[in-house]
Each structure stands twice: as C-alpha cells, then as structure tokens.
Design a protein around this ligand. Structure first.
Ligand SMILES: N[C@@H](CCC(=O)N[C@@H](CS)C(=O)NCC(=O)O)C(=O)O
Length: 259
C-alpha cells in the first residue's frame, strides 16, 4: 500500500482514509474492505499506531485510525460513520439490509464486534495485559506505546479481568446467529446477502485467528499476540465462524492483506 503523508493528503479532494500502517489493525482493515466491496477509490493516508501522529491531528483533530475524510466534510472516525459515508458514496452493493429488523440486528451485531466494550475492544485489553501488568508498567520507556493505547482505550486491571467473559459472550452470539442462518439455508450472518457485519466479522476475526502468513504478512510477535486466546475461549471457539471468515474473504474481500 502506497501511503500518502497527512501533510500532502489534506490538500487533496475526494476520499482519503487514514489507516494504521504495518499491522492489520482490524478497524482499518474493515474500513478498507467496506470501500473495496463498493469499488470506491480512496487515498490511503499514513497513521502510525500508538504514536502522536501530529500532522494527522493538526489536520483532522484525531490521532488514531481509521479516519475517513471526504472533501471538506467533518472527519468520520467511528465504524458506523464510515459505513454510512460509504453507503452514501455508493449504494451498490448496499451493506445495510433494507428490512428493518435485519437492519437493527446487523447494527447490533456489528456494535458487539467493533464498538467500545465489544469483542475487539476487550481483545485489545487482553493484548495489553501482559505489558501493562508488569511492576514498572507506569515508567518503563519500552512500554510507552502500550501506555498510549491503554490510556486511549480504557485499559485497567478491572477492565482486563472481565475481558475474557465479554469475548466469549460475543463469540457465542455470533456463533448462534450463524447457526440460525445456516439452519434457514442462508450463507450470511444477517439476511440473504453480504452485509457490513460479515465484513466486520471477517476482518476482526484477525484478533481471534489471524489469517496465515502467506495471506497476512504481519509481524510474528503480533500474530502470536492476536492469536493468544485464553484456554477457555480457544476450547469453545466455533470453527464455523472461521469457515465463515474464509468464505467472506475468498468471495468478497482482498487477499493477501496489504497494510
Ligand atoms: N473509533 C474507531 C475505533 C478506532 C480504534 O480503536 N483504532 C485503534 C485500532 S487498534 C487504533 O488506531 N490504534 C492505534 C492507535 O491508537 O494509535 C471505530 O469505531 O472505528
């Protein structure tokens, strides 16, 4: 991926997407995938995880990723704001079911995957735990980046203590939903066709079972961390969810990953 620096990107018209570089950040991978499915072109803009990203902040007021910047409109930084922008820019294919109950279910399940206190939020707590639990966590210079993430995303030993249960709850919810859909002869998590929740599941599944190295050339230490589930969660993981991830990537998304 050829990233443009924020200083240069801010002068450009159209859609620019600030993305975490060098790692498959699930929120960034999801945003890229939503625009890919709709064949909407964008300029990828560099964001570096856990750093100050001063030029980006000077431009948009936000430090993290993803961020969608369209012409002179306000920055869109939440997954649902980014999805709504994508729907406006191209309604084909729509990733939001038209039937109201399916639509509510799609947004609710996506929230459980991608929003605050959802699956990925709690997996991030778990990834940070071994780093932020060491005795000199508050002062060790090698942990500066982990402290930035911990402070930005609400890590605490209390939050970390309940993270595994939340991870299992959301995985069970998705597993039940997929099984009910299969029972009804349907191939997607909601309704009869691809919706945004399939894209969020496929991309956020990186924090449960990352795609193999040939499809996902991420640093090995990070792959091990992303894949490091508790024994209880690993034992209960529904393999049908992984098969669904593979189906969505093969049929609808871009491989290998490029970050
Ligand atoms: N508000 C975002 C979530 C963004 C988010 O959590 N970004 C993280 C992904 S780990 C990030 O940028 N981390 C690196 C950093 O904070 O520098 C959304 O709803 O899409």
């Amino acid at each position: 991926m050829d990233y443009v620096e924020p200083e240069e990107a801010r002068a450009l018209p159209g859609l620019r997407l600030a993305l975490t570089t060098g790692v498959p950040g699930p929120w960034s991978e999801a945003a890229k995938s939503i625009f890919h499915v709709k064949k909407i072109e964008y300029v990828p803009v560099r964001q570096t995880a856990a750093e100050a990203n001063e030029a980006l902040v000077a431009w948009t007021g936000h430090r993290n990723a993803p961020q969608a910047l369209y012409d002179d409109e306000p920055p869109r930084i939440g997954w649902e704001e980014i999805l709504m922008l994508a729907e406006r820019l191209s309604s084909e294919p729509s990733l939001i079911p038209s039937e109201p109950r399916d639509r509510a279910l799609m947004f609710g399940l996506s929230h459980e995957i991608a929003s605050e206190d959802g699956l990925a939020w709690n997996r991030r707590h778990q990834l940070l735990s071994p780093l932020l639990s060491v005795p000199d966590a508050a002062t060790n210079p090698a942990l500066a980046g982990s402290r930035v993430l911990g402070e930005n995303y609400g890590w605490s030993s209390e939050a970390a203590a309940r993270a595994d249960e939340r991870v299992r709850q959301v995985l069970a919810l998705l597993s039940d939903q997929l099984a009910a859909q299969k029972e009804a002869g349907r191939d997607y998590l909601v309704g009869d066709s691809l919706s945004a929740v399939d894209v969020y599941w496929a991309t956020f599944c990186a924090l449960i079972r990352p795609l193999p190295p040939e499809l996902n050339p991420m640093p090995e230490f990070l792959r091990a961390a992303y894949a490091g589930l508790s024994q209880e969660t690993a034992a209960g993981l529904d393999e049908a969810l992984i098969t669904h991830r593979d189906f969505i990537y093969e049929k609808h998304l871009e491989l290998p990953l490029d970050f």
